[in-house]
Design a protein around this ligand. Sequence first.
Ligand SMILES: Nc1nc2c(ncn2[C@@H]2O[C@H](COP(=O)(O)OP(=O)(O)OP(=O)(O)O)[C@@H](O)[C@H]2O)c(=O)[nH]1
Ligand SMILES: [Mg+2]
Ligand SMILES: [Zn+2]
Length: 289
Amino acid sequence: MRGKLLRGYGGFYYVLAEERVWECSLRGRFRLRKQDFLPGDEVEILVDANTGGGGTVEKVLPRRNALKRPLVANVDFAALVFSLAKPPPDETLLNRLLVQAEYAGLETVVIFTKADLLPADRRDAPDRYRQAGYAALCVSVVSGEGVSDFGARLRGRTAVLAGQSGVGKTSLLNALGGLNRKTGDISAKLGRGRHTTRHVEMLRVAGGLVADTPGFSSYHLPEMKPADLARCFPEIASRALSCRFKTCAHDKEPDCAVKAAVAAGVISPARYGFYLSFLSELRERPRHV
Ligand SMILES: Nc1nc2c(ncn2[C@@H]2O[C@H](COP(=O)(O)OP(=O)(O)OP(=O)(O)O)[C@@H](O)[C@H]2O)c(=O)[nH]1
Ligand SMILES: [Mg+2]
Ligand SMILES: [Zn+2]
């Protein structure tokens, strides 16, 4: 049977096929190794009629895409989850994750959680990302705001949640799916999450599949050339054709349409600031051949 790997844990692989989950091991003819699998992988399994719910994974099909952080394959979109408060959004991390997704050609939705903690007229972060062309939702599992909007985006699709620890990724899935998965409070001393979710796992929620993932706080930009960066900022990429130089890096060059757009307030100075700082980071990277 053809199925989807939901998670691998303790030597077993849980595969969704024909509306049920099969516990599989790796005794297949292909002698697959543990590291050959990611949650989200499409696999072929051989079901053992004698064991009821068990089988073996025989084959991994080619991946449509794969992310490094979180480690997951074949998603339709990434939901980058950050809280409006407690903890405040780490926008450096958010922008790094946006670059990763753009570089992988992956659709993104930015989700700002804990909307009950910040009134609408004090939320400036979501506008920054909408202005850049992204879909940004504000949600709260306390007031219910935005939860069904996110659910509607999941129907029939496969998504991955990625973001800091303690922002409410698991809480959001619990609210959407009637699940009761473990969530954790925020450390009072450090003001950040406690890494409650420990493994990447795909869950069936709102008519779709979503990977809940452990939160993380840092992420290195992908292996990319400095010249690849501009196309990972949609609002920069869409204006780059109007720059005087075809090779414009939108940094020190004269007659740069991107800098003009920043000056005119149509590109957010914060987003442009992230572009410049990532650009120098990539330029300073030791070059591998
Ligand atoms: N006020 C408020 N608190 C929330 C909301 N969503 C989650 N929380 C709280 O935030 C804390 C962390 O929630 P989790 O769902 O465990 O966060 P997580 O992103 O899954 O964290 P990790 O698994 O560590 O990556 C818990 O105390 C939740 O009750 C919300 O919408 N509003
Ligand atoms: Mg969690
Ligand atoms: Zn330019």
